[in-house]
Ligand binder design. Sequence first.
Ligand code: DGL
Length: 248
Amino acid sequence: MIGFVDSGVGGLAVLRETRALLPDADILYLADQANAPYGMQTLEEVRGFAEQATLWLVGQGAETVVVACNTASAAALGHIRARHPEVRFVGMEPAVKPAVAATRSGVVGVLATPATFSATVFDDLVGRYSAGIDVIAHPCPGWARAVEDGWPDAEPAITAHLAPLLEAGVDTLVIACTHYSFLDDAIARAAPGVTVIDPAAAVARQVARVADTAGAGVTTYVTTGDPTRFAAQILRLLGATAEVAAVG
Ligand code: DGL
């Protein structure tokens, strides 16, 4: 069985891509909404949440754990990999390398939570791959929570927030928070002509490479928050009717 964890709905974007590739896999999706948003907390706190989530998913029988959250991956992936050598992990990392390959203007913007930028992973990727390209870290505080809540008129706020990047000459934007995948249309409209790189599909392909893909094609959703609210979010974002269980 494949376990997924995110602070909330962001990982559903990776789940959607994974389900399209692996119709028969059994998937258990844990939304840690009682502790969300991760991106405004310390890396140490997020590491604790990721460790708890991993223990719970493994206890339920997950052999592969998809950390469908850039913040938790940046804070905890190395740590949980070392502590659970029996588990296959798939995590998220800012797609700096493909963005550097794609840019023509030589200026790339990365959209992520403040916590993701405070981890060493981002600086390491820039050090390894930027090769003379200007890679601008652009934290988007509040966006993950807004996606959780539905954010009816996201576009003006997104347009205003991205304006400094466009002024700086950015022609390529990296979505480095899974929640922002659900803002892709609004981001594309706010940044016309800019290439937007969302790694969700590439991560799903990695899941397909490493995970056990046989099963009955069942998706089970659980949340540490309010199950009724999470069921409504799944319906809004995936168009799927789901039963959601609460976990402590
Ligand atoms: N979906 C998450 C990420 O990819 C975390 C958002 C949050 O809880 O702040 O970073």
